[in-house]
Design a protein around this ligand. Structure first.
Ligand code: SF4
Length: 215
């Protein structure tokens, strides 16, 4: 018996903003960028928007321009414009993949995002200090993220701390939480994230947490 398939939306991804990290748990298969320009990508999304507005107003379009949020100003503004065409605005910026900069440069980086309506800064941690830097594959990233969170908090951002569930860093989490408590205090979000075994992380199933500790 034949079945009808109804397509209700499309996600349009382009990985053209460099990610400056090389996480050992990355869900992408490659860190390389595609080389597609934002203008070309934007034109593609807009074609779908025109088609939707004429034929299927219920059709959902999900643009995503990665691999990191370290976009130049024009790209940030363009992403915001594409989001507005979908009647939604993202108010979050991720520190994952952002190039290390001095504290003054990060202040300017954050000020620009604040002017564009970003309200929340999110950082993912894969353990405490060296453990995080090992998995993130970028020396000094642990300190960079903590310092940026502290700065962002002082500038009035909400903070979102994401903690990856890796067996290897389990014993270091208490020290990570102490550092995060000291840095951000109360009133901010803290998530625990399972690993997704895709891309570079496809061989990491042994890093999943046991069902019961002690196993
Ligand atoms: S920051 Fe994100 S995109 Fe970049 S390597 Fe890490 S997980 Fe992959």
């Amino acid at each position: 018996m034949g079945r009808e398939i109804i397509v209700n939306g499309i996600a349009l991804h382009a990985n053209a903003t460099p990610c400056f990290h090389h996480c050992r748990y990355c869900q992408l298969r490659s860190y390389k960028t595609s080389g597609v320009s934002f203008d070309r990508y934007s034109a593609l999304v807009e074609r779908f928007v025109v088609w939707r507005d004429r034929h299927r107003p219920d059709f959902e379009i999900w643009p995503w321009f990665g691999n990191s949020d370290d976009h130049d100003d024009a790209t940030w503004q363009g992403i915001r414009r594409l989001d507005e065409m979908q009647n939604r605005t993202s108010t979050i910026a991720l520190l994952g993949g952002v190039a290390h900069r001095s504290i003054d440069e990060m202040q300017r980086w954050l000020e620009k995002r604040q002017r564009l309506g970003v309200e929340t800064i999110a950082a993912t941690f894969s353990g405490h200090d060296e453990k995080h830097d090992y998995w993130n594959h970028m020396p000094g990233n642990y300190r960079f993220q903590l310092e940026t969170l502290r700065l962002a908090k002082d500038m009035g951002f909400l903070l979102q701390q994401r903690v990856l569930r890796l067996r290897d860093s389990l014993l270091s989490l208490e020290r990570l939480f102490d550092d995060l408590d000291d840095t951000v205090g109360v009133g901010h979000q803290r998530w625990a994230l399972p690993l997704f075994y895709s891309g570079v992380a496809r061989h990491l199933e042994h890093e999943s947490w046991p069902r019961k500790f002690g196993q």
